[in-house]
Design a binder for this molecule. Sequence first.
Ligand code: KIV
Length: 277
Amino acid sequence: MTVKKFTTASFLEAKKKGEKISMLTAYDYSTAKLLDDAGIDSLLVGDSLGMVMLGYANTLQVTVDDIIHHCKAVARGAQRAMVIGDMPFLSYHISVEESVRNAGRLIQEGNAHAVKLEGGEEIIDKVKAIVRAQIPVIAHLGLTPQSVNLLGGFKVQGKSEEQARKIIRDALLLQEAGAFAIVLECVPELLAKMITEKLDIPTIGIGAGKYCDGQVLVTQDMFGMFSDFKPKFVKQYAQLGGIIQEACRQYIEEMKAMTFPAKEHTFAMDEEILAKL
Ligand code: KIV
């Protein structure tokens, strides 16, 4: 059966029709497959993988090769969902040429359908060049975790008039530069609403309230599998961390008591052959 894929055109169509766009992060084949089967519209191979998969304190150590490695796995698990590869720190900061090359690697080697970049006015030349290379771009404004050192921590953005005006201006510039959607992270709900209403392209919110055209969450956060910290905007839809730990405790207990493996998990052997050994 051929599956109708969720594409950049679907993003714009959804905005026009007022239908919300669902996005979650994914970093591996089996999770991507589960989320795709459940009907998710898009899967973001976010550089958040540095924190939730690799155990770094922030996203700054993630490389293009890391994203490609995880993107390949996610792309194999996604039948319908659009796969978005996150461009990591320094992969689009040095030159336009390097930015296009790195974006191209996420498409060509990682099998992503689009790439995501953090920033506004300062990256407009890179966004335009990547789009000119026929690679769809999703932008990311507000709290941009790759700027954590400059921002002085993971803080809500856009509360002051100056910050809010900059985010609005950046959003319009990114739309003009050819971005097909914009992630708004950790901005006040009514600022996100205003931006959403000003744009023809969809906004995807994370900690940006309900008026965005879509929502994204880090999968490990929403499944209760990441316990280092829990941002205010996360809703845990399941507590899989506890379920996994309980299953692990039971496994340890049973294998020590030799009740696992049981007969049904074991392979038999012909007794005559056994006797000859
Ligand atoms: O890296 C990531 O997972 C992200 C989302 C939080 C939007 O950028």
